[in-house]
Design a protein around this ligand. Sequence first.
Ligand code: FAD
Ligand code: NAI
Length: 466
Amino acid sequence: MAEYDYDVLVIGAGPGGYVAAIRAAQLGLKTACADGRATLGGTCLNVGCIPSKALLHGSELYDQAANGTMAKFGVMAAGVTLDLDAMQAEKALAVKELTGGIEFLFKKNKVTWLKGHATFADAHAVDVAGARVSAKHIVIATGSSVTPLPGVTVDNDGGVIVDSTGALALTKVPGHLAVIGGGVIGLELGSVWSRLGAKVTVVEYLDQLLPGMDGDVRKEAAKIFKKQGFDIKLGTKVTGVVANDGMATLTLEPAKGGTVETLEADVVLVAIGRRPNVDGLGLDAIGLTVNARGQIDTDHDFRTAVDGVWAVGDVIPGPMLAHKAEDEGIAVAENIAGLTGLVNHAVIPGVVYTAPEFAGVGLTEEAAKALGEVKVGKFPMMANSRAKTNRETDGFVKVIADAKTDRVLGVWIVASLAGTMIAEAALAMELGATSEDIAYTCHAHPTHAEALKEAAMAVMGKPIHM
Ligand code: FAD
Ligand code: NAI
C-alpha cells in the first residue's frame, strides 16, 4: 500500500492552487485539491478578477451607448436604459462557465476535488470534510480575504457597508457610493458604479491614488478620475462609518490631523487591501509561523520552513495578483516533481482595468533612480494615431532604462489598451531587452502598441511623432 493517499495535496483552488494541482497531475503525480467554496477558481473566478471584469465591460458598453461616445461615431442609440439584472446575470454566467471550466480541467487531468475546509493534522495530512487525507507534499494556496476596517461592520447581504464581494452584487445603482481606499478595487468598482450613474467619492489615506505604481501614473490617475466625475479626497482617513436607516455616515479626518468632517452615502465600499488566509488552517499543528504581515514565507522554490509543505499565491509575499499566483502554481508543481520551477518576481505586470487602463511592469522611476542613473522616454497617447482616431487619447507610455546599459528597468502605460500593451513590455524585460531593442522592433501600424516603440525611441531622445 502507498505510504500516502496522494503525492500532492493542494489547499485552495484559486489561480495558485488549481494551476499547481493541474500541473502536478500533468507531471504524473497523484493529486488532490481541497477548497472550502462551492465552486472552484478561488477569489479570482468567484468574487474577484472575473466578475469585476464582467461588470467593467458591461458598464463601459452602457456608458458608451448612454453618454455619447458611440453617437460621436454616428451610432445613434436613442433611449438607452439600464437593465442591471441582465448585466448581473451575464456576470454570473461568465463566473459559472469559468468555474465549471476548472471542474472540467480537474476531471480531464484526474485531479481529485476535496470539498471542504482543510486543516493540518500534521505536515503530511489534513482533515477535510470529516476525513483525514495524507500526501507526501502539501501546497498551501489559501489566498487572501478583505482587510477589515477596525470598528466597521461589513454586510454584503443588502447592507449599506460592503466589501468588494458586496459591491459586485449590488441590485440597485447607489445614488452616492463612498469608496474607502483609492487602490485597485476602489477605482475598478468605483468606475463600474460611476458609469452606471452613481456619484462616487473616493477617500484615500495617502496623498495619491494607486500605491505601488509609478509617480507619474499616480498623478495621471487622480486627474483622469476627477475628469470622469469622481470626487477624490486624498490625504484623508476614515475614522468611522455608521449605518443608519439605509444610509451611511462616514467620519473623515485629514491624514495629518485636523478638522473632522462627515460624508453621507447610500453605499460604502471598504477597499483598503487584502490579507493572507491562514486562520483555521492549523499552522500550529505543523509548527509553521507567519511573518509580521501575516504571510507564509518561502524560499525561491516555494518551500516553507516545514519539510514537505510548500506555499504559493496571495498567502506568500509579493503582489496579490492572479497571474503571479498561477506562475507560482506551475513552478511549485515542477519543483515538487524534481524539475526546475522558476518565477521572475522582477517582471510581474500589474493592470488596473478602468478606462483608460493603468499598467506597469518592473521598477517605478522613483525606485529605479534610487538604484542608479536612468534614462526615461515618454510618449503621449494623444500623439498615437490609432488612439487619436479612436478618440482614446488619455495617457502615455513611459520607458525607464538603465543609463549605462540601456536595459529596460520598467515600463508604465496609461492607455485604453494598457493591459494588453504591457505584455510586450513584460516579454521584452524577461528577455533582457534594451530600449533600443524595442525602438528597432517593427510594430504594426496603426496600433496603440506603436506608442511603446515611440517611448523607447524617446529614451534616446528621438521619437518620430512628437
Ligand atoms: P485565492 O484566489 O484567494 O484562492 C484561495 C482559495 O482557497 C479560496 O477559494 C479559499 O476559499 C480557499 N481556502 C482558503 N483557506 C482554505 C482552507 N483552509 N481549506 C480549503 N480551502 C481554503 N488579480 C488579477 O491579477 N487581476 C484582476 O483583475 C484581479 N481582480 C480582482 C478583483 C477583486 C474584486 C478582487 C477581490 C481580487 C482581484 N484580483 C485580481 C486578485 C486575485 O483575485 C488574487 O490575487 C488571486 O485570486 C490569488 O490567487 P490564490 O490562488 O492565491 O488565492
Ligand atoms: P490596495 O492596496 O490596492 O488599495 C488600498 C488603498 O486603501 C490604499 O491606497 C491605502 O492607502 C488605502 N487605505 C488604507 N486604509 C485606509 C483608510 N483607513 N482610509 C482611507 N484609505 C485607506 O487594495 P484593494 O484595492 O483593496 O485591493 C486589494 C488587492 O487585490 C490589490 O492590491 C490587488 O493585489 C488585488 N486586486 C487586483 C486587481 C487587478 O489586478 N486589476 C483588481 C482588484 C484587486
